[in-house]
Design a protein around this ligand. Structure first.
Ligand code: GLU
Length: 515
């Protein structure tokens, strides 16, 4: 079939605005975008809104805002401009009508007047005769009420009587439909297995199939890159291209994104169950009426998000995992898209964010960290916040983690790691803490290195190991085990606050030990 090697690359993301855009949809958009940019082509957004029953008014905005957030920006589309518009299918009704009439004239499609009851009756009869899955196809079409079975005069009379009708595709028989999918290789179907699909509904709206291929043709789409769920529609699309005598684009069907356990498609429910988002932006759960965060609100960097979804079905063929968007464009190729479903892994998703976050400087992180931890950081100078970020940056996955990783730099601990207090604090060491308080009080230059030196020399003089003092000191200052250097923490919070926290710690630890 066709191979548009010599034509300009024009690709489209063609979502239906029926609800919140899932990350699978965004991955389709990203692959289209990467392929377009890699080939100096054009990336188009087309809104496929002909199914009025499933139409959700805010969905288009959600799609556009998601693309904007992830910086997967279309070159053409509603609100993006372009010479091939309108880019909303509901605004192209006349175009589809013209094309459907052309098919009818050329005997590739026909008017069908069958009512819902008649269709039901046809299926019931077939069932009674032992055929449980009778389709509306070549074997049955001459027995139904359509412009093939009726005379021309009858058809005209029915049309002018105002009787509702659909337009169906006259699927040719005995044809082998073959096409080369860029991911799956050669795909073969028998036309006899396909039915006479409705191309235009009784409301005058085209179905997805008709609108999709008419637009792909008129918008000069070179490659159709879309989810695997559309693979089974492709033979019909190929037959439609043939009926119009148009060249079909190259098809590229992307693997499914699977649940973390690999069993079935990733769904909204999986996210709810395991506590991770499946939508890029916040969304309203209409069952609980609660607003839920998306990847953006949880704190994903657009770059990390793109990097993560790029790897759900594609890999560069080497060890590199961290990519900027420019590097993704550079490395992307259809050949390296996998056939097998791609398992969503929340831990890996977070890893991507952590790695991308770590590449930023503390200064670059300042504003978003302030926004994400507004309550904690309200009264602090930028300089102090930058110093804090510097200290715990390597431990953060999201901007909001500053609070869990370094909240103790800004507020005294409200509780202590009880288990570790009991294990690591010995009452007989209280005297050493009191001595240290005295030493600290006398320390002139309250700097991390000096604090460390004074503490070490005290330990040496008293033939004490680090274990006697350092772990409890850390818990006194921070509430927890683990974190940046205790001396850096003491330096940051200042001499008075350090001594204060040791005093409070001594009292509280005693109570905890007794409990
Ligand atoms: N409107 C279809 C969807 O919602 C587009 C499928 C295609 O790309 O052909 O996914």
């Amino acid at each position: 079939m066709s191979n548009n090697n010599n034509t300009k690359v024009r690709v489209r993301f063609a979502p239906s605005p029926t609800g919140y855009l899932h990350i699978g949809g965004l991955r389709t958009a990203l692959y289209n975008y990467l392929f377009a940019k890699k080939n100096k082509g054009t990336f188009i957004l087309r809104i496929e809104d002909t199914d009025r029953a499933r139409y959700v008014a805010e969905a288009e905005n959600y799609i556009v805002n998601s693309l904007k957030w992830a910086a997967i920006l279309p070159d053409e589309g509603p609100a993006f401009g372009g010479d091939y518009g309108p880019y909303r299918q509901s605004e192209r009704k006349e175009i589809y009508l013209k094309h459907v009439e052309n098919l009818i004239e050329n005997k590739k499609a026909y008017y069908a007047f069958d009512s819902a009851e008649e269709l039901e009756q046809m299926r019931e009869n077939a069932k009674a005769a032992g055929n449980a899955h009778q389709q509306y196809n070549a074997s049955i079409r001459m027995k139904m009420n359509n412009s093939l079975s009726l005379s021309e005069a009858e058809t005209k009379a029915w049309l002018s009587s105002g009787k509702p009708y659909t337009v169906r595709f006259k699927m040719p028989t005995e044809e082998t439909i073959e096409f080369e999918d860029a991911v799956r290789g050669k795909v073969t179907f028998k036309s006899n297995e396909l039915d006479d699909k409705i191309l235009m509904k009784a409301d005058g709206m085209p179905t997805y199939h008709l609108a999709n291929i008419v637009d792909d043709h008129l918008m000069e789409i070179s490659h159709v890159i879309r989810g695997e769920e559309w693979l089974s529609s492709t033979p019909l699309h190929i037959m439609l291209y043939k009926a119009f005598a148009w060249q079909a684009p190259t098809f590229v069907h992307l693997p499914l994104i699977l649940k973390p356990n690999g069993k079935g498609k990733l769904s909204k429910r999986d996210g709810e169950q395991h506590g991770f988002p499946v939508f890029p932006l916040k969304w309203l759960n209409d069952e609980t009426n609660a607003e839920q965060p998306g990847f953006k609100e949880i704190g994903f960097l657009p770059n990390a998000f793109n990097n993560m979804i790029a790897f759900l079905g594609w890999n560069p063929g080497n060890e590199q995992e961290l990519f900027s968007i420019e590097e993704l464009v550079e490395s992307f190729s259809l050949e390296r898209i996998q056939k097998a479903g791609a398992r969503f892994d929340w831990e890996k998703a977070k890893w991507f964010n952590k790695e991308h976050l770590m590449k930023l400087t503390a200064k670059e992180m300042l504003q978003p960290v302030k926004t994400a931890n507004a309550k904690l950081l309200n009264h602090y100078e930028d300089e102090a916040i930058i110093a804090a970020i510097e200290m715990v940056k390597d431990r953060m996955t999201f901007y909001s983690d500053l609070e869990s990783q370094a909240g103790f730099l800004f507020a005294a601990p409200e509780s202590y790691d009880e288990k570790n207090v009991k294990k690591r604090y010995k009452l007989e060491n209280k005297v050493h803490f009191n001595n240290l308080i005295e030493i600290f009080e006398g320390l002139e230059n309250w700097k991390s290195a000096n604090i460390e030196a004074s503490l070490k020399s005290y330990l040496e003089q008293n033939e004490l190991g680090f274990g006697a003092v350092l772990p409890p000191l850390r818990i006194m200052l921070t509430g927890i085990m683990g974190g940046p250097s205790v001396f850096d923490i003491a330096d940051f919070i200042g001499k008075n606050e350090t001594i204060n926290r040791i005093n409070i710690g001594l009292q509280q630890f005693e109570k905890l030990k007794a409990s």
